[in-house]
Design a protein around this ligand. Structure first.
Ligand code: BG6
Length: 516
């Protein structure tokens, strides 16, 4: 709800701009979450299910089965699910919707390599079918530590859970998809020995973000940007995914991953592919993914001797974030004293194709930076001739920058040169802004809401195909391998800062990193 200047309250239903935000029907489905008591399930998946239910987007007949190792009854799991929604949902839950959503929820306890788990699941799923009076589609969501992905997939195959007559069976696999190209290939071979590619949904939650999908809308629903979208007009691109948070309680995972595996290999390279892809013939899974895969293939994997010039890594030291003193990475609980895991990574890449040759793509991500911001900034080339010759007139003439902000303040802003009012012809940069919140008067759904429902509908457009995952690893692998052989300690940056000074070395010419 928003209050207008006239004092009326309006909701999305009164806003003509939200037309078209309707939901598509979904076949009756049972969703099984492996790792159902874990952090991701509690913070994201269960609240996402609630919000889908709240909007009437879940199928009429929907069943949820949680599975994990924690000792719990069906009822205790239900209570945990309700509590998670209360704590983490983007909207305050309606108690009736909440109670209905989890009324028939089941819980199957056990370790993921134990065949009793799969027998329990089979019973629970059969019962749901019986109550529904038809074979529900089945979605298995692997929200576990990555080492269980192949185990679960094998067991699903062995217990005849990977396909079903008169119903669709799908498997949703969380990130990280392997730790290297080799591991990703092995995992993929295991997955595809049980499931068909059409059944596999590899999650990259950035693709579920409204503002990430808006990159495609901006490019392909408007005629004004596409003619400029190439090496003739674009000087360089900067993609930032900075976070102010540290690693919290995730040392176990994070210290074995690091910034490059955690964010660059997946989310950031997906942003590059959306930004650089050719127009797809249709907004359909393979048409879109074919074009994205071509971009990833056009980014050459660096040779070991190139890594030092095109990649920078660093670790945060103690510092101050939002006025509070915070420890350095080595002082975080669970991080080994001599850890060489990077908490910051910056890269300079190039897409070697006709459209993008010669345009540097700068990527940077890190924990404990000055603030949380995810944005793509496209800087155009300077005007070829500055006609305002007198001193001071032209000082304000700057290249245009188009900034697509994914978070916070989701929107698009274009900087343009404008005349400063007065008798002199002096120029200054001003911004034209579009803000999601203001334009659509509605809160964007969380990424997981969109992705869960798309997987249930069998639409893989916003999921990463195997060749994309492998192409992403092909770019990151040589960097990781070279870093392993490079001298340490790593460069440091104070928590709450703009990142390490070394990142400047990646920039060509007069380019500067944008302020975080
Ligand atoms: C996850 C990473 O994939 O993305 C986290 O594992 C990171 O380390 C998170 O914090 C960032 O996602 P978002 O949606 O908050 O930008």
């Amino acid at each position: 709800m928003t209050t207008t200047t006239a004092g009326q309250t309006t909701g999305p239903e009164d806003n003509p701009l939200v037309e078209g935000l309707e939901r598509l029907p979904v076949h009756p489905t049972a969703l099984v979450i492996f790792g159902a008591t874990g952090d991701l399930a509690r913070r994201k998946l269960l609240p996402a299910l609630y919000n889908l239910a709240h909007e009437g987007a879940l199928p009429e007949r929907f069943g949820l089965v949680g599975s994990a190792r924690s000792e719990m009854t069906d009822d205790a799991f239900k209570q945990m699910a309700i509590q998670s929604v209360r704590e983490f949902s983007r909207r305050a839950p309606d108690e009736k919707v909440l109670a209905k959503l989890f009324a028939d929820t089941r819980y199957v306890i056990g370790s993921f390599d134990d065949h009793e788990v799969y027998e329990g699941l089979t019973d629970a799923l059969d019962e749901l079918d019986k109550t529904a009076g038809l074979s529900l589609n089945r979605c298995f969501y692997l929200s576990t530590a990555p080492r269980f992905f192949p185990v679960i997939v094998d067991c699903l195959g062995r217990h005849d859970l990977a396909d079903r007559e008169h119903a669709e069976v799908r498997v949703i696999i969380e990130k990280p998809f392997g730790r290297s190209l080799e591991e990703a290939r092995k995992l993929n071979a295991r997955v595809l020995s049980v499931f068909d590619e059409l059944q596999v949904f590899r999650i990259d939650h950035y693709l579920g973000k409204e503002t990430v999908q808006n990159v495609l809308a901006l490019r392909f629903a408007n005629n004004m940007f596409e003619p400029l979208w190439n090496r003739n007009y674009i000087d360089h691109v900067q993609i930032t995914a900075s976070e102010d948070i540290g690693i919290g309680s995730r040392a176990g995972y994070y210290d074995s991953a690091g910034a490059l595996r955690d964010l660059v290999q997946n989310h950031m390279l997906q942003l590059v592919s959306l930004l650089c892809m050719e127009p797809p013939v249709a907004f359909e899974a393979d048409a879109v993914r074919d074009e994205k895969a071509k971009v990833l293939r056009a980014i050459s994997a660096p040779r070991p001797e190139e890594v030092a010039q095109m990649a920078v890594r660093a670790q945060y030291a103690a510092g101050t974030v939002a006025g509070a003193d915070v420890p350095g990475y080595h002082e975080e609980e669970g991080v080994p004293e001599d850890s060489q895991t990077e908490t910051f990574a910056a890269l300079r890449l190039e897409v070697h194709n006709w459209r993008w040759a010669g345009v540097p793509m700068y990527l940077r991500t890190g924990k404990r930076l000055a603030r949380k911001v995810t944005e793509i900034a496209v800087t155009l080339k300077p005007v070829p001739h500055v006609a305002f010759q007198a001193p001071q007139m032209s000082t304000g003439v700057r290249p245009n920058v188009l900034v697509l902000t994914m978070q916070p303040n989701e929107g698009v802003s274009l900087s343009i040169g404008a005349k400063i009012p007065g008798s002199r012809m002096a120029i200054r940069t001003v911004n034209m802004e579009f803000l999601y919140g203001t334009a659509f008067l509605s809160q964007s759904p969380e990424a997981y809401e969109r992705l869960i429902i798309d997987a249930m509908r069998g639409d893989a457009t916003l999921f990463t195909r195997n060749d994309e995952v492998e192409a992403q690893w092909r770019i990151c692998d040589p960097i990781l391998k070279t870093w392993e052989t490079m001298p340490w300690p790593l460069p440091e940056y104070p928590a709450g800062s703009q990142g390490p000074a070394e990142a400047r070395n990646l920039l060509i010419g007069d380019s500067r990193w944008r302020m975080i």
